[in-house]
Design a protein around this ligand. Structure first.
Ligand code: OAD
Length: 246
């Protein structure tokens, strides 16, 4: 069993507002590949070929095909004990905000009631021209066109060079600023503005801890690092807190 520092447990027990930021590492134990690291997606694919508006205009078939594959992969995955522990944590804290960079819906599937999706959702898709909802999985031939206007259908994710959903980002920044404790879990801390949330929390006086087998790019600016997989550390942490509520 992972040893959870008593300091973190004490901070969580005393906290009124807890904010959690998750990244691809939280879904790694469900079988969803991360982006960076040895087996990360960006090792074998270039983001500028697949995850930018320019890449989509240049080669919509390649981009649609790649997202259809990733969509199918994600749909075949199930929440892991890390997702489940975060859903339990939500019920133990007076004010809890879960912010994710992940485009899967594994937090919701695990039972998390309110999730702020900073980078959209891979299950959704819409027309790049008219903006109406459209199905990227419609038919077998590529490219997939919008039935309403004939435009190209794109995945409902945020690409490099695009703005994050304004209201969602604002809510996430407010939750970071109000947090007594922020947990940054399974994120490499290199993609902004998400990576700024732990730093905003710290600036506003929160206790900020990271859970990640490797130190992220921002780990040195946080209070505590737990070097363990989320699927092991989070259940251990929540078990400590649940003992108080028993
Ligand atoms: P990354 O792939 O950059 O980082 C994943 C992090 O998870 C790494 O720091 C790993 O050490 C860590 N990790 C791996 N297994 C873990 C486990 N079992 N438990 C906990 N941590 C683990 O993923 P993100 O930081 O989420 O953006 O990437 C941020 C954004 O970059 C993504 O949302 C995506 C990507 O390009 C867009 O597509 C816009």
């Amino acid at each position: 069993m992972i040893r959870i520092p008593e300091l973190l447990v004490e901070k969580l027990r005393a906290a009124t507002h807890v904010t959690v930021l998750t990244g691809a590492g939280v879904s790694a134990e469900s079988g969803v590949p991360t982006f960076r690291g040895e087996h990360g997606l960006w090792k074998s694919h270039r983001p500028e070929d697949l995850a930018t508006p320019l890449a989509f205009r240049r080669d919509p078939v390649l981009v649609q095909d790649w997202y259809r594959h990733r969509r199918a992969l994600v749909q075949a995955c199930a929440p892991n004990p890390g997702h489940q522990a975060l859903a339990r944590l939500e019920t133990l804290v007076p004010h809890f905000t879960l912010v994710t960079q992940n485009v899967d819906s594994l937090h919701e599937q695990a039972g998390s009631a309110h999730v702020l999706h900073l980078h959209g959702s891979i299950a959704q898709s819409y027309c790049a021209d008219c903006g109406k909802d459209a199905d990227l999985d419609a038919g077998t031939s590529l490219p997939v066109f919008c039935l309403a206007c004939g435009g190209l259908v794109r995945p409902g994710v945020v690409w490099f060079g695009e703005n994050l959903p304004h209201d969602t980002l604002e809510q996430a920044e407010n939750a970071a600023a109000q947090a007594d404790v922020l947990l940054s879990i399974g994120t490499s801390g290199v993609v902004y503005p998400a990576a700024a949330l732990p730093l905003i929390a710290r600036e506003h006086g929160a206790f900020v801890a990271e859970i990640n087998p490797e130190r992220s790019a921002i780990a040195h600016q946080l209070h505590l690092w737990i070097g363990a997989p989320a699927g092991e550390a989070l259940p251990a942490l929540v078990t400590h807190l649940e003992a108080d509520h028993a």
